[in-house]
Design a protein around this ligand. Structure first.
Ligand code: KDG
Length: 335
């Protein structure tokens, strides 16, 4: 079977239960989170052989995060213990006309402070087919940016294919004196598969794309393929928000050879949309790891993203049987 290693910050997500505000709630729900951890979890739940490399403090917060991921079937050999603190983030869910709010509390985290020799990439990447990482890691600071680059270079050297999710987080890049375009380009130059929309591509190429959505996307994809000769596939989702719990989500996959696939689903009764993008990435990777064609991979990505919207917390925990039931339109009680 094909193996994947994800690399990124492990976080704890804290959310007021229901629709309460942080200002009023006496308690918080806590989930293990982090975009790349979410992808690793989703793939492990779908039966893949997946590892996760990260760094958490050597205390009960860190150890319980490791235990949670391991409980979902993720190989945690690459999760190092050390440093002082767990990265946290707070999510207040939207309701009615009120938007979802995110507050990050992660500076100085064990992951952000990890020395460059924390991971032995040659060892961790041996026998691995895919490395998955995202634009969040380099946004955290110069240390994480150097670690991401070391991982990607080692992966390239070992013939490991790279999956990169742009995951642009403007709130994070502001935290250090960085050049996002230069750093992201250096990482994407090694990637085979990129998750990103025309805005992510605009950031990478330092130019805007105009025209209608279809035209913008085709132009952006062509420009990205010509700038990054290794890049083979670009996948993204776009959402039309109709009400807070009713969206339309479309997926698009562009291939270097000019082929493009699009799919669309309707999301209704949304319980929690955080992590939908990670579930999409995991679903597309699931398709790729299973040898599906891109149409199928786009459909699987959207299906997993749709299912994730029904679940509180960050990660998709669905099994293949759940995916099959969704794809067959089986919303009924399964007995
Ligand atoms: O996609 C979900 C992530 O946004 C969440 O897990 C937190 O990694 C995170 C981030 O940096 O936003």
């Amino acid at each position: 079977s094909r193996r994947l290693l994800a690399f990124g910050e492990t976080m704890l997500r804290m959310s007021p239960p229901g629709r309460e505000l942080l200002m009023q709630t006496p308690r918080l729900d806590v989930w293990v989170a982090g975009a790349e951890a979410n992808v690793a979890t989703a793939l492990a739940r779908l039966g893949h052989d997946v590892g996760f490399a990260s760094r958490v403090p050597d205390n009960d917060l860190g150890r319980s995060a490791v235990t949670t991921l391991r409980g979902h079937g993720v190989d945690t050999a690459g999760m190092k213990l050390g440093g002082d603190r767990m990265g946290l983030y707070f999510v207040t869910s939207g309701a009615g006309m009120r938007a979802t709010e995110v507050i990050y509390d992660r500076s100085g985290s064990s992951f952000a402070e990890a020395p460059v020799d924390t991971w032995n990439w040659d060892e961790l990447l041996s026998g691995i087919d895919w490395l998955h990482l995202s634009g969040i890691t380099p946004a955290l600071g110069p240390g994480p940016a150097a670690n991401a680059l070391a991982a990607v270079k080692a992966a390239s050297g070992h013939g490991v294919r790279i999956s990169f999710d742009g995951n642009y987080r403007p709130k994070l890049w502001g935290s250090w004196d960085s050049d996002p375009q230069a750093i992201l380009c250096e990482l994407v130059a090694h990637a085979d598969l990129m998750f990103g929309n025309h805005r992510d591509i605009a950031l990478l190429l330092g130019r805007e794309f105009s025209g209608d959505a279809e035209h913008r996307r085709r132009e952006a994809a062509e420009a990205a393929f010509s700038k990054f000769p290794r890049l083979n596939t670009i996948a993204s989702t776009a959402r039309v928000v109709e009400t807070v719990d009713h969206h339309r989500l479309s997926a698009r996959i562009d291939m270097r050879d000019g082929h493009a696939q699009t799919e669309e689903v309707v999301l209704s009764g949304i319980v929690d949309r955080i992590g939908g993008g990670d579930a999409f990435a995991a679903g597309v990777l699931h398709g790729i790891l299973c040898g599906s064609d891109m149409q199928e991979a786009a459909r699987t990505g959207l299906a997993l993203a749709a299912l994730k919207h029904s679940l509180p917390g960050d990660a998709s925990l669905f099994r293949q049987t759940d995916l099959d039931a969704y794809l067959e339109g089986g919303y009924d009680v399964r007995r």
